[in-house]
Design a protein around this ligand. Structure first.
Ligand code: SAM
Ligand code: SF4
Length: 324
């Protein structure tokens, strides 16, 4: 399917819950998220039905996200159903990794196409301060096991001033032999993220070069998105950089988001979209939903407005209610 600017949209980020077992301070409000009424969240049947419609429209890749997707009851069965959906070429997940070990065998067996593990530090105390939980060793255990199980793993790290400044070169070292890539993601001024100061990617690169030598551009792509990759001599994995704020890549945007409460969100930075849950629950047919989704897609914004202010219809959700 194409949007009003002619961009081909073949990738959907599917959030299956707003809830999380961590409280990363740039993502989730300190007190956590208030529990939505159970019936505000799409049930498995509704998710499968909407995904079926989107796949028939040309969505070929789905990333399961949250909140923390692994805290949703029955998520493994849900992912299994998506893996079996005809026409869907890739089902991947982004997770903090804490609960991965519990379901890993089933993810390996069903052929999950990739896992992104979000990890911002390798220092136990920094992890605890940033996330509110003493969970580093469990996250590392999840990471090691999933990598050993043969599922392609990427690590995503958000560099934040005063938090993980000293850890960035160490994080890059994970790409030496264990995983496909370590990616550094520019902090986006969304929700709690607007209260923090991100570390510029140029500074991250300087740290890596000082520690390991030159970063050589690698022209390939890995996965669904906008990361640019580099190689470091002696490393098997790549180092990636995702610079949504300073180097917008909106002209190549290929994605939409379906939130846990059934909102088709057209752009990370704008509220624009359509409430598909309301349509589902008032008896809309598949063709009515299709028509409404395509109509909404024509209005997908051309670009984010992270570097501007104003505009009333800018995004109003915290990141854990979008899915990244
Ligand atoms: N809990 C899962 C996880 O952490 O991967 C999935 C949801 S989380 C919202 C998805 C990604 O969004 C994580 O990699 C997280 O670091 C990133 N993220 C959250 N808030 C962000 C922000 N303000 N700017 C950039 N990335 C952010
Ligand atoms: Fe949870 Fe992921 Fe947000 Fe951290 S970034 S609070 S793990 S949803």
């Amino acid at each position: 399917m194409r949007d009003g600017f002619g961009r081909e949209i073949d990738y959907m980020r599917l959030s299956v819950t707003d809830q999380c077992n961590l409280r990363c301070r740039y993502c989730m409000p300190g007190g956590g998220a208030s529990l939505p009424d159970h019936d505000q969240v799409l049930d498995d049947g509704e998710i499968i039905r909407l995904c079926g419609i989107f796949v028939s429209l040309g969505i070929h890749k789905i990333k399961i996200t949250g909140g923390e997707p692994l805290v949703r009851n029955g998520v493994v069965e849900l992912v299994e159903r998506l893996k079996k959906m005809p026409g869907l070429k890739s089902v991947t997940m982004t997770t903090n990794g804490l609960l991965l070990a519990d379901s890993l065998d089933r993810f390996i067996k069903m052929g999950l196409d990739g896992v992104n593990i979000h990890l911002d530090t390798l220092d136990r105390e920094t992890y605890r301060t940033l996330t509110g939980m003493d969970g580093l060793s469990r996250a590392m255990d999840g990471l090691s096991r999933v990598a050993a199980g043969g599922i392609p793993v990427k690590v995503n790290c958000v560099p934040i001033r005063g938090v993980n400044d000293g850890d960035l070169a160490m994080m890059a070292d994970l790409a030496r032999d264990r995983i496909q890539a370590v990616r550094f993601i520019e902090l986006m001024p969304i929700g709690q993220g607007s209260r923090e100061e991100g570390i510029p990617i140029a500074e991250v690169k300087r740290n890596i070069v000082e520690a390991y030598g030159p970063l050589m551009p690698w022209p390939g792509t890995l996965g669904n998105g906008p990361a640019s990759y580099c190689q470091v001599d002696g490393f098997r994995g790549k180092i990636g950089f995702i610079q949504a704020v300073s180097h917008g890549f909106c002209e190549a945007c290929n994605r939409v988001r379906l939130t846990a409460d059934g909102y088709l969100k057209l752009c990370l930075d704008w509220d624009l979209g359509i409430d598909l849950k309301a349509m589902l629950r008032t008896g809309a047919s598949d063709s009515e939903i299709t028509e409404a989704a395509l109509h909404a897609l024509e209005k997908k914004p051309g670009r984010h407005g992270f570097n501007s202010t104003g505009a009333a219809d800018r995004n109003s959700r915290d990141m854990h209610r979008i899915g990244g």
